[in-house]
Design a protein around this ligand. Structure first.
Ligand SMILES: Nc1ncnc2c1ncn2[C@@H]1O[C@H](COP(=O)(O)OP(=O)(O)OP(=O)(O)O)[C@@H](O)[C@H]1O
Ligand SMILES: [Mg+2]
Length: 410
């Protein structure tokens, strides 16, 4: 067993257990859900059971209420997606007694997508998502990018950070531990298990080859606007099938949908979202060809998505694209205003790389705080008007006190 790495979501989970009768920890297979809840269960003296145990599963399905009565609380139930009927029984129990911290549940498929379940648990259950390791978790530091970005003024010199190796490695704990050849084998096994077992469990879909082909297409298109017609043509299947399979991958936390930003909130929903693979390691494994810029954009998008998952501040992330196609990869919105982030895979940044950010700034002049062009080079430079070029590693290293790691010289 390798060394346990602390998870940044842990504090947020503990806080949620103090305020909600039930907490649901969702996340892709193999991101570390069981490891994390078992650790919490020891710390908080909660009983732990898993529905991976067939006897327990049979009982939970046959008599959910009886199953819950038979265990002492507080109770951790791992793999609860195997018996979604338990969630309705939990609802009935927490309505009778609304004490916080009674249940901690985990699942690797989004069971809350079932309408009946979602409705039943509104307000009763906090839902938190565990993602693969963040770069901060891997370096043993707490990221502060979300706060620092709004203040602007990064330190000019940054230590190097083997960014492409981080992109290829991704953040699944096992994939991080293994070297290249073994990692490829691990990813192959991961995808096989998912497609052959988990997808079938939640949907009855069994076209493994088609699913595999679609996942590879999505990996090759990571960071681009969702275009179902084009995907369907490339896959050679009807739109409805493509759409259904895509939703399955989202439900299994393999693919992340990034909404569009617009100054007018009512317009946001009508614009196309972007799709990102949740893990760049998995994306590199699956894609036959890929665009380095898009891959780096996915890397940054998912690092920030992870950081959002454990903050309690109401930050939101979106992408920006206006009617004439001018774009900014990421718009980070918070109580302080908004920050635009553009990701480039070339090391040298020029004034032309800020054109999308300038458009964004004009769309929301009062709210705009700063714009950054992230790049794999070593320096942060000012480009006027609260615009900066900034090394990618600022995403997880900004905020550390060591000036070499990009904190400001006061
Ligand atoms: N915090 C951590 N530090 C070090 N290794 C970890 C950590 N979390 C998980 N791992 C390792 O990653 C692997 C998967 O972890 P775990 O079983 O907890 O994931 P999971 O999300 O419960 O997966 P599944 O959905 O398949 O049940 C295990 O080998 C585990 O030892
Ligand atoms: Mg598990």
């Amino acid at each position: 067993m390798t060394r346990y790495r602390p998870r940044h979501l842990s504090d947020r989970l503990k806080r949620a257990l103090k305020t909600h009768p039930a907490v649901f920890l969702e996340g892709a297979r193999q991101v570390g859900k069981t490891t994390l809840v078992k650790k919490l269960a020891r710390e908080l003296e909660m009983r732990y059971v898993t529905l991976d145990d067939l006897d327990l599963l049979t009982s939970a399905q046959a008599d959910p209420e009886g199953f819950l009565t038979s265990w002492d609380e507080p109770l951790v139930i791992d793999e609860v997606q195997r018996a979604p009927e338990l969630l309705l029984a939990i609802k009935a129990r927490v309505d009778r007694k609304r004490a916080p911290g009674r249940y901690l549940l985990t699942g690797s498929a989004n069971v809350l997508a079932l309408p009946r379940v979602a409705e039943a648990l509104v307000g009763r259950m906090a839902v938190l998502t565990l993602y693969p390791f963040s770069q901060g978790e891997l370096e043993g530091r707490r990221e502060a990018f979300l706060e620092r970005a709004f203040q602007g003024r990064p330190h000019p010199e940054w230590e190097g950070a083997d960014v492409w190796e981080r992109v290829r490695r991704g953040g699944f704990p096992e994939a991080v531990r293994l070297e290249n050849a073994d990692r490829a084998e691990w990813f192959a096994g991961y995808v096989r298990t998912l497609l052959e077992r988990d997808v079938r469990d939640i949907s009855g879909v069994e076209q493994v080859a088609v699913l595999h082909a679609l996942l590879a297409l999505l990996a090759e298109r990571t960071g681009s606007l969702l275009n179902i017609s084009e995907l369907s043509r490339s896959l050679g299947r009807p739109r409805s099938t493509t759409d259904k399979y895509l939703r399955l991958f989202e439900k299994l936390f393999l693919v992340h949908r990034l909404p569009a930003w617009a100054a007018n909130p009512t317009k946001r929903l009508t614009r196309s979202p972007k799709l990102h693979m949740v893990d760049t390691g998995l994306a590199v494994h699956l894609a036959r060809v890929f665009n380095e810029g898009a891959l780096l954009e996915t890397f940054v998008t998912m690092e920030l998505t992870k950081q959002l998952s454990w903050t309690t501040e109401p930050y939101r992330l979106a992408h920006f694209r206006d009617a004439s196609g001018r774009e900014v990869d990421l718009v980070l919105e918070g109580p302080e205003g908004l920050v635009g982030i553009e990701v480039k895979s070339k090391r040298r940044v020029g004034p032309g790389d800020f054109s999308g950010l300038r458009v964004l700034k004009r769309s929301a002049p009062e709210r705009f705080r700063a714009g950054f062009v992230l790049h794999p080079g070593p320096q942060a430079l000012p480009f006027g008007d609260h615009l900066w070029s900034l090394p990618v590693q600022a995403v997880w290293r900004w905020g550390n006190d060591d000036p070499k790691n990009g904190s400001e010289l006061e």
